[in-house]
Design a protein around this ligand. Structure first.
Ligand SMILES: C[S@@+](CC[C@H](N)C(=O)[O-])C[C@H]1O[C@@H](n2cnc3c(N)ncnc32)[C@H](O)[C@@H]1O
Length: 319
């Protein structure tokens, strides 16, 4: 795989602790990861969250939700991934990087815009160092040439980018003709989607610093969990959308201990309120984006795993 400087297209090679091009532009390799961008950008909240909760959502022992979700959404046959080049955009702490590295023999090229790459590198470098290549870079400035990847996936990311369609376009551009692109995203299910504590409180919460928001969530999470579960118990689950807490019933695995559930709830509530961008999409709109940018849609709808579900679009890049 040729690594390029996304800002001028020149080839990048390693020289000591830097990636350098022939014009002497250089990018540092910090804590094992080449950094094409600095940490001070709109995704800084994700750097904070994924380094604080670096291991919370990683599969382990009885917890295999990431593996379930990954294979439910991709339908990939593990054997067919042997030696294939796979692009992952927006890897966070690396829950899906880990699945790819542990359950396939694919070669993974993974990026995230934030310092979450530090957590991902720490979590996953030892699994298969020769098949794991990680960069801090933006989806809009990826260090790869077009038509480079056999498979591309992007989970939980697109709604948090400033231009959803431009992001889809990039994913398709980087994939080889005949290669597959799979995305999941927050869906707009109807007029009621935005009648939700997340969107109602957004203007107020945007004024808080991320550290203050995290502290507020940690101070209030216990009663919020109790009220959330209580409303479900008495058949008033519909009202939980007005509580400023993540949808525990719909998104958090059933097999967690109460301490683990608390940790997931803090993480996912912060994840719900802190992003700069939150642009849910209609599935039909994402189908059109795929078609407009050269991919034929092979599936669009909801995929289920462990009692939860996600809006997924899969497509193949036209030859
Ligand atoms: C909700 S997290 C999902 C992380 C991971 N895919 C998961 O499901 O655990 C969204 C991630 O997208 C990354 N992200 C946001 N904008 C990005 C961009 N322009 N380029 C690459 N990554 C981006 C964030 O830094 C963050 O780690």
């Amino acid at each position: 795989m040729k690594i390029i400087n996304p800002f001028n297209g020149e080839r990048l090679d390693r020289s000591g602790d830097y990636l350098v091009d022939s014009l002497d532009n250089s990018y540092p390799i910090v804590r094992g990861v080449p950094r094409l961008v600095g940490g001070d950008n709109y995704a800084e909240n994700f750097g904070l969250q994924w380094n604080k909760f670096a291991k919370t959502q990683l599969d382990r022992d009885r917890l295999d939700i990431s593996k379930q979700r990954f294979f439910a959404e991709t339908h990939w046959d593990r054997e067919c991934l042997n030696d294939k080049h796979i692009l992952e955009v927006g890897s966070g702490a690396g829950r899906f990087s880990k699945v790819v590295l542990e359950h396939t023999q694919g070669i993974l090229w993974s990026v995230d815009y934030s310092d979450a790459v530090t957590a991902n590198y720490t979590n996953n470098r030892a699994i298969a160092a020769d098949r794991f290549h990680l960069f801090q870079a933006s989806i809009y400035e990826l260090p790869f040439e077009d038509n480079s990847f056999d498979k591309t996936f992007c989970f939980g990311v697109l709604q948090h980018t400033p231009d959803f369609e431009a992001s889809v376009k990039t994913l398709i551009a980087k994939t080889k003709p005949g290669g597959e692109i799979i995305v999941d995203f927050y869906p707009i299910k109807g007029w009621w989607t935005k009648i939700h504590a997340k969107y109602i409180l957004r203007p107020i919460i945007k004024r808080l610093t991320h550290t203050r928001l995290m502290a507020l969530i940690e101070a209030n999470i216990d009663w919020l969990i109790k009220v959330h579960l209580g409303l479900h118990r008495i058949g008033l689950g519909l009202l939980t959308r007005f509580l400023p807490i993540v949808d525990i019933k719909g998104t958090i695995p059933k097999s967690l201990s109460s301490a683990e559930l608390r940790e997931w709830a803090v993480l996912d509530t912060f994840d719900m309120f802190s992003p700069e961008y939150d642009n849910p999409q209609r599935i039909a709109a994402v189908i059109l984006m795929f078609e407009r940018h050269g991919a034929q849609v092979t599936f669009a709808g909801f995929e289920s795993f462990d009692g939860a579900s996600a809006a997924v679009v899969r497509g193949v890049k036209r030859r």
